[in-house]
Design a protein around this ligand. Structure first.
Ligand code: EPZ
Length: 416
């Protein structure tokens, strides 16, 4: 079955190694299109979104060799082409190929990338911003054709912060004619990783980590070897799982310097966190302390991708609290599923009241998207009895093997 079975009510005790970052790997893989030759990307997570990205690169003429978490991409033979709709549709990050492909071949035809249950996830700002760099975009039924002779640097004063738009504009700007300014730029660690990769290859980027990026176009980039950092969202998910179940876990390689808001919040909820040289030691009591409000926002604020796993922890905490979701318009989809398990939650527009003090009970619940699915698994660890989380394939998009990792942390969990 495409499901996970969790025997809940047990404290965790163990350690697991945190995988490479999905949201850093995807833009770095897209960036290899800008470099003629072979790039080596280490610590690339073995997840379905990376599989789809590698398929898309191969459909464009790249030679891809994968040995576990080491990926080699040779882009000598890249040619313009339509990307396979099934991979484009299933993975939004395919939009990240747009900027890189326009820089490389000057023409891209693709279907609109899929939205998902967390929101409409339009690409209007992507297209509007690329037009400012000289790109002609002709929309067609279900997709568009984008063309440009030579990308030109531009000053982008964006109406709001977007991770994907920032990444696409960086990819379009590094080989463009002239200088590009992106303001406000997203500051997520994954963008800092992308800029680090591109600088290593010879790009001229300043302001990395700030909300103003300045990219001066260069004539070419050189092949490099690069290591993807550990995934801060996966580490935060297992931290939330420990808060749900209680216990003591070691999260090897957890990137604590990129988890400040998450660790601060977990500390307020009673988690004891020790930063070791090679990871995080986390100790949680059986029932977390409640907290008044969890508010998501752009980095360095609390990440929207950990809102659902922390909502699961708040639902078993010792007092009520509020969750405020400010990034996506529909990211409370797990609420009905958590309520099937006995959680006390009420949603009003972009805020959710979480009653806390719930004793969750095992149930059959349905994952509808990646992080919500992981949150239901975390809730199953806290529940008395057996929980079945269906639609495991959503979770496999971003977690290499959540059952293995949680079993290493002491959970009684199996594929169902
Ligand atoms: C990236 O999505 C991440 N995905 C998301 O992680 C993450 O939640 C999100 O950034 C926010 O941090 C990847 O990196 C592959 P946005 P992205 O553009 O780039 C709106 C996960 O679970 N918007 O920062 O799509 C958009 O609808 C995923 O790993 C427009 O309106 O996010 C959203 O409301 C989920 N028009 C807001 O901006 C546009 O043209 C921020 O989205 C673009 C975005």
């Amino acid at each position: 079955m495409d499901a996970i079975r969790i025997y809940g009510g047990k404290c965790l005790d163990g350690q697991t190694k945190i995988q490479g970052s999905k949201n850093a790997s995807l833009p770095v893989l897209a960036a290899t299109l800008l470099i003629k030759g072979t790039c080596e990307i280490e610590n690339c997570p073995e997840i379905s979104d990376v599989y789809h990205m590698l398929r898309l690169l191969e459909s464009l003429g790249c030679k891809v060799i994968r040995e576990g978490t080491l990926v080699r991409v040779n882009t000598e033979q890249v040619s313009e082409c339509d990307m396979p709709a099934d991979s484009v549709g299933v993975m939004r990050s395919s939009i990240m190929l747009l900027g890189a492909l326009l820089a490389r071949v000057g023409r891209v035809e693709m279907d609109y990338p899929g939205g998902c249950v967390i929101g409409a996830r339009p690409i209007d700002l992507h297209l509007q911003s690329l037009r400012k760099m000289g790109v002609t975009v002709r929309e067609r039924e279900g997709g568009f054709l984008a063309c440009v002779c030579r990308l030109k640097g531009a000053v982008h004063k964006l109406p709001f912060i977007s991770v994907g738009v920032t990444e696409n504009l960086v990819l379009a700007a590094v080989l463009a004619e002239g200088t590009t300014v992106i303001e406000p730029a997203a500051r997520e660690p994954e963008i800092q990783t992308l800029c680090g990769f591109l600088k290593l290859a010879g790009a001229d980027i300043t302001g990395i980590g700030s909300d103003r990026l300045v990219i001066r176009g260069v004539s070419r980039l050189e092949p490099v070897s690069f290591r993807i950092p550990a995934d801060r969202i996966v580490a935060g998910t297992y931290l939330a799982a420990c808060m749900c179940a209680g216990g003591r876990v070691f999260l090897q390689d957890a990137p604590e310097r990129h988890m400040e808001s998450v660790l601060c919040f977990a500390g307020q909820m009673g988690a004891g966190i020790t930063c070791e040289p090679d990871g995080l030691m986390v100790t949680c009591r059986a029932r977390p302390k409640g907290c008044d409000r969890l508010v998501t926002g752009c980095y360095p604020a609390f990440p929207t991708d950990l809102q659902s796993p922390f909502m699961a922890a708040m639902s078993v905490s010792d007092r009520p609290g509020w969750v405020e979701e400010n990034v996506f318009e529909n990211r409370f989809r797990i609420v009905p599923e958590l309520m099937k398990m006995g959680a006390d939650i009420a949603v009003c527009r972009n805020r959710a009241y979480v009653g806390g003090r719930s004793r969750l009970r095992g149930a059959v619940v349905q994952a509808e998207e990646l992080r919500g699915g992981a949150a239901l698994v975390a809730a199953g660890l806290a529940a008395q009895g057996t929980t079945i989380v269906t639609n495991r394939h959503y979770i496999d998009r971003g977690y290499e093997d959540i059952t293995l990792s949680l079993r290493e942390l002491g959970a009684e969990i199996e594929l169902a």
